[in-house]
Structure formats: structure tokens, C-alpha cells
Design a protein around this ligand. Structure first.
Ligand code: PNS
Length: 186
């Protein structure tokens, strides 16, 4: 039987319940799943450092025996070759994801025809959840309770508001003025 190693790449800034849902689904169908955090994203600078994202993902995936967390830089196809991966796992939440994902999958196929991209859908409960929106909502004083793991929720509140107490668990975070928010992103 073939042993299939898959990579689940992304920036995970921060990891959401949608990411975790996909990791769980991926771990069920692949022999090994590597959650691979991109080291130097070209987009905006991440809110969480690489070490912080790695430690959150390691904690969140510790019960999955066939999942490990790594980081990578450069081309995904080169990293896939390096770790012997035959598949890339990506999530598609809605039609709006499709165009970007299709382009990326086809470009990766052009670069390495042996590497397959496998798309999976997260549970519909998370179909509207994105790391970008989660950060924006917490930054503006809203609740994201239930959309991200509690561990991430606490760390996000510490990062944005300077304390975990403001908005964890019950989701009742008090709005802070801009000057009160030490970690507020510009
Ligand atoms: O989910 P994200 O954060 O949008 O992830 C994007 C990611 C990391 C999958 C993509 O940017 C990537 O693979 N970057 C590595 C560089 C690369 O191979 N670029 C060409 C992709 S076609």
C-alpha cells in the first residue's frame, strides 16, 4: 500500500476552527499530514510570530498521531519534494475561494506535475470563518467565541487587548478605545 504524505500549507495567523476541522479531515485520509507554516508571507506581516503560530498549532494538534507542524520558505513544490509529500491539502469554504485556489493548484501542477492538490470543505459552521476577519473583529471589540480554539482566543486577546480576561470564554469582551489597546494593528 502506498504511504501518502500530505502538506497542509498556510499562514495560520491565527489558526481557526476551520483550519482545525480541515486538519482533522486530512488526518483521516492521509497517512501523514504536515501542517506547514509559510515563514515569509508576501502579504501583510503576521500578527503572531512564527514561533507563536507554531506553538499554537502544535498544542492544537498534539492528539493527532499522524500530524506534525513544520515551517517552510520558498516554493511549496520544493518543500513538498524535500519532505516526500505527494499531496497538498487546501480548504475551500465558498465559491469565492475557488478562483485563487484553482490558480494556485494549477500553477503548482505546472511546477510539479506529480504533486496533487486535494480540496476539502470544512464543516459549514466554519464556512465564513477566516483568520483575517477573526483578527479584525477582536481588534474592533467583537466576540469570536466558538470560531477559534479557546487557546487561540486567549492569545489573541492578549495580543490585541493586552489581557485575556477581556473577552475569553463568554465572549463578552468589552470595547476598548484605540489608546487602550497596546497591540493594536495599524
Ligand atoms: O492559506 P494562505 O495563508 O493563503 O496560504 C498561502 C500559501 C502559503 C499556501 C501560498 O502562499 C504558498 O504556497 N506559498 C509558498 C510560495 C509558493 O509556492 N508560491 C507559488 C504558489 S502557486
Amino acid at each position: 500500500m502506498k504511504h501518502v504524505i500530505a502538506i497542509y500549507p498556510g499562514t495560520f495567523d491565527p489558526p481557526t476552527n476551520g483550519h482545525l476541522d480541515l486538519i482533522q479531515r486530512g488526518s483521516n485520509i492521509f497517512d501523514e499530514l504536515i501542517v506547514a507554516i509559510l515563514r515569509n508571507p508576501e502579504k501583510e506581516p503576521p500578527l503572531f510570530s512564527l514561533a507563536e503560530r507554531r506553538s499554537m498549532l502544535e498544542e492544537l494538534t498534539k492528539d493527532f498521531e499522524n500530524v506534525r507542524v513544520e515551517t517552510f520558505a520558498g516554493l511549496l513544490v520544493d518543500y513538498a519534494m524535500q519532505v516526500g509529500a505527494g499531496a497538498v491539502l487546501r480548504g475551500i469554504r465558498a465559491i469565492s475561494d475557488y478562483e485563487y485556489e484553482l490558480q494556485m493548484a494549477l500553477m503548482n501542477r505546472k511546477l510539479d506535475p506529480q504533486l496533487e492538490t486535494v480540496f476539502m470543505m470544512p464543516a459549514e459552521t466554519y464556512s465564513y470563518v477566516s483568520s483575517r476577519l477573526v483578527k479584525e473583529i477582536v481588534d474592533l471589540g467583537g466576540s469570536v467565541h466558538g470560531l477559534i480554539p479557546e487557546l487561540v482566543e486567549e492569545r489573541l486577546h492578549v495580543k490585541v487587548n493586552g489581557s485575556a480576561a477581556a473577552g475569553n470564554a463568554a465572549g463578552g469582551n468589552r470595547r476598548k478605545s484605540a489608546s487602550e489597546r497596546p497591540g493594536r494593528r495599524k
